[in-house]
Design a binder for this molecule. Sequence first.
Ligand SMILES: [Zn+2]
Length: 194
Amino acid sequence: MHHHLLRDTSFWLFLLSADQELAENARMEGCPCGGRLHCANYRRKPGGGPRDLPKQCRLRHSFCCNRDGCRKRMTPPSVRFLGRKVYLGAVVILVAAMRQGPSPRRVRELSKLFGADRRTINRWQVFWREQFPETSFWKIARARFVPAIDVAVLPRAFLDAFVGTDADREDWKRLLVFLSPITITGGLAIKVFR
Ligand SMILES: [Zn+2]
C-alpha cells in the first residue's frame, strides 16, 4: 500500500540519494554566468513523512554562485520537495489521489495518516486539477502520454501511469523525477495563452 511506503524512512533515504544525484548534476553544470556553485543547503520542516524522518532528509539542496557580482542562488530540482509546499511532494500527490476514484478516502482518515487538515488537502486538489494543467511544463509534457491523460483525474492518473497499485519505490522515483522540473523556482510559472 502506498501510504505504508510513504511512512517508511528507507523510502525517504532512497529519494534523498536521487536528490543528491540531481544536485550533483546541477553543481557540475555551474552557474550560467560561468561561476562555480558552492553548497548553500537549507533546512526545511517537511510535513507528512514518518515521525523519525532523518535529519539529512529535511535538507533542501541548494547552491550559491561564487562569483562576485553574481552570487546567485541555484536550487536544483528535487524528488522530495514540491516547490514551496510544506508537505513532501509524494504526500501532496498521494493524498490528493486518495481523494479521487470510486471510493475516495475520507478527509478525516487522511488527516490522521499524514497530518494535513481539510483546507490543505482541498488546496492540493485545486492545485492538481486547476493550476498544474496550466503550467508550461504540463503543456509540453502531456504530449508524451499515449493514451492521453485526462487532467480531470490528476494526480491519480499519474499514479496509474507510473506506479500502479504495488507501490514500488523505483516507480515512485520515476514519477517524481518526471515531475521534478516543477519543483524549482519558476518551474510552476503559469503561462496563459489567449
Ligand atoms: Zn553566477
